[in-house]
Design a protein around this ligand. Structure first.
Ligand SMILES: Cc1ncc(COP(=O)(O)O)c(C=O)c1O
Length: 377
């Protein structure tokens, strides 16, 4: 059996998604709060929910493979042409479409580490070579990424803001990086958290697309729009790139309910505004509490925060689960003492902080006891 499977597939480390809330509730018999996957804590736009309800009677039909209405709306919203837009079953799928479209065997894919794990997966599956560049001060080191480019480099992924650190690179840094970028390299700016950014010098990467550069900008309906469960994201690129990627894309990759919901969510400006405000207020509250607890965190431009819990992150995560809070351990990202917590509602944030205090106190108690017992030796 083993020899039937492609070599590349064996090199893939399976992606470990956040623990589903139902599983935790079933196992522990308690009500749990999921703050692990950077979803919108306020829920979906109610206009999107209503649009889904009214489209339910038509799910016997295949979706519009060209997503005519949604693409038109996105084009208007982004001030690009419809031909500059590609839709995916989540931006995850577009990342896969990109490596399938552009990456030849042994060509190199540059990305930052710690960074979003899907880039590696998408590269490995196409027999590409991964070149990871360490973050500097939790932020993309664009200088080092430029230096990592050689004649075999084909793709560069830049998550901005970055997951799992929440940091961003600004317009000036991106501009000098783009100046040095060779013609035969494609840069993907993955802007899954774009709508949460509240910094004035965030780069307008779609302008690079408009100026004919080899750039693909990715965005998603999974975060601020609250539609993660429907799986819908989009990419913006030159017409030629989109044409080539459309050859690889499955014809009906985005389902009909996702298409109508995305149209409604895009027009529900009030929901976006409320979500952004709740996120900023939630972050401020968490920062204050972390400071009070003398816990180090990385200030974030997204809807999650990377937190140094000062103890084994797997253990901290397990203990938090027992308190009904699901967060993400960052051990897999080589940050063994860090967790990543998604900003929740006011109530969820308070519950998380209460649970974290308990976990930290228990841990402090343990280390004190351990210290006392070694002192006696
Ligand atoms: C940086 C980054 N890119 C892409 C995605 C995937 O988003 P989607 O739900 O659109 O597949 C995520 C999701 O967490 C992410 O953090």
């Amino acid at each position: 059996m083993d020899e039937l499977v492609r070599r590349e597939v064996k090199n893939i480390e399976p992606y470990e998604p956040g623990k589903p809330i139902e599983e935790v509730e079933r196992e522990l018999g308690i009500k749990a709060v999921k703050m692990a996957s950077n979803e919108n804590a306020l829920g979906p736009s109610l206009r999107a929910v209503a649009a889904i309800k009214s489209a339910l009677g038509k799910i016997n039909l295949y979706p519009d493979g060209g997503a005519h209405y949604l693409k038109n709306l996105l084009a208007e919203h982004l001030k690009v042409r419809k031909e500059n837009v590609i839709l995916g079953n989540g931006s995850d799928e577009i990342i896969r479409i990109i490596t399938e479209t552009f990456l030849n065997e042994d060509e190199e894919v540059v990305f930052a580490e710690p960074g979003f794990i899907i880039y590696r997966l998408a590269a490995v599956v196409m027999s590409g070579k991964c070149v990871s560049v360490p973050l500097k001060n939790y932020t993309h080191d664009l200088e080092a990424m430029s230096q990592a480019i050689n004649e075999r480099t084909k793709l560069i992924f830049i998550a901005n803001p970055n997951n799992p650190t929440g940091t961003m690179v600004n317009a000036d840094k991106v501009a000098s990086f783009m100046k040095r970028l060779p013609e035969n390299v494609v840069v993907i700016f993955d802007e899954a958290y774009y709508e949460y950014v509240d910094c004035n010098d965030f780069p307008e990467t779609i302008d690079y697309v408009k100026n004919g550069r080899n750039v693909i900008t990715l965005r998603t309906f999974s975060k601020v729009y609250g539609l993660a469960g429907l799986r819908i994201g989009y990419g913006i690129a030159g017409e030629k790139f989109i044409g080539e990627m459309n050859r690889v894309r499955q014809p009906f990759n985005v389902n009909s309910l996702a298409q109508v919901a995305a149209r409604a969510a895009l027009e529900d400006k009030e929901h976006v505004r409320k979500s952004r405000r709740a996120n900023s207020e939630g972050k401020e509250f968490l920062y204050q509490e972390f400071t009070r607890m003398k816990i180090t965190y990385v200030p974030s431009q997204a809807n999650f925060v990377l937190v140094d819990v000062g103890m084994n992150a797997d253990k901290a995560t397990e203990r938090l689960i027992k308190e009904g809070i699901i967060v993400r351990s960052m051990r897999m990202y080589n940050l063994p003492n860090f967790i990543r917590v998604t900003v929740g509602t006011e109530e969820q944030n308070e519950k998380f902080i209460k649970a974290l205090r308990k976990v930290e106190m228990v841990a402090a108690g343990f280390s004190l006891r351990e210290k006392e017992s070694t002192d006696c030796l």
